[in-house]
Write a new protein. Sequence first.
Length: 242
Amino acid sequence: MQESDGRQSATRGLSDRLRQWITSDLAPGAQLPSEPELASSHGVSRSSIREALKALEQDGLVYSVRGRGRFVSPMGTVSVDRPVTRYESTTAMLESLGFSVTTAVLEVQETQADGRAAELLDLAPGTPVIALTRLRVSEDRPLVFSQNIVPRHALPGPVRYRDWSASLTAALAAHGHHLTTSAARITAVALPAELADRYHLTGLDPWLLIEETSFTRDGHRVLYSRDYHRGDLIGFNVLRTS
């Protein structure tokens, strides 16, 4: 497991180096060197280069043409708010956008799964869960209002002794639940009035709601999220190809 995590970390680091080089030195439409050439110039294996390039393709930075190679996307030098295809924690996403983030824990409850959360986590109604409500803030500006639900067994131990302001993704990984993919739906909404009033978030509509179910690498559902992003401060990028 640690070897796999180390390989993923190395791939991310290599992808970041390639991303910086491409956005700094190459123009949209430019052809990238071949995989062997990139492997040689970066001192890594060809398989490592291939994995890193696949990550950049998923982000829309480069695209491949069968029999010709890889090229910088027409949007390759355009500033991207957040590639929807990249799985990352909310805090990591905000920090990548240049925000200095503070996480306020508004409420933590041990409760029971019901309704949509039970359905999307594939839990029987009444299954014990942890419900977490948090707010990400930057310089007194609310950025993301989050509601997360996790099966109780996924985070064992007394709830009151855990630092809930820290990364939930990292906490799950520490207990063997490594999140790698998610299914999400994005809609523009108003924050429900009872939540806006309770947490003093009125007058900030509309929000971009991401309702998301996150999966571990072996396909288990361990996190259901409703993240309301400030629509006037945070955007999302989608690359469409024919």
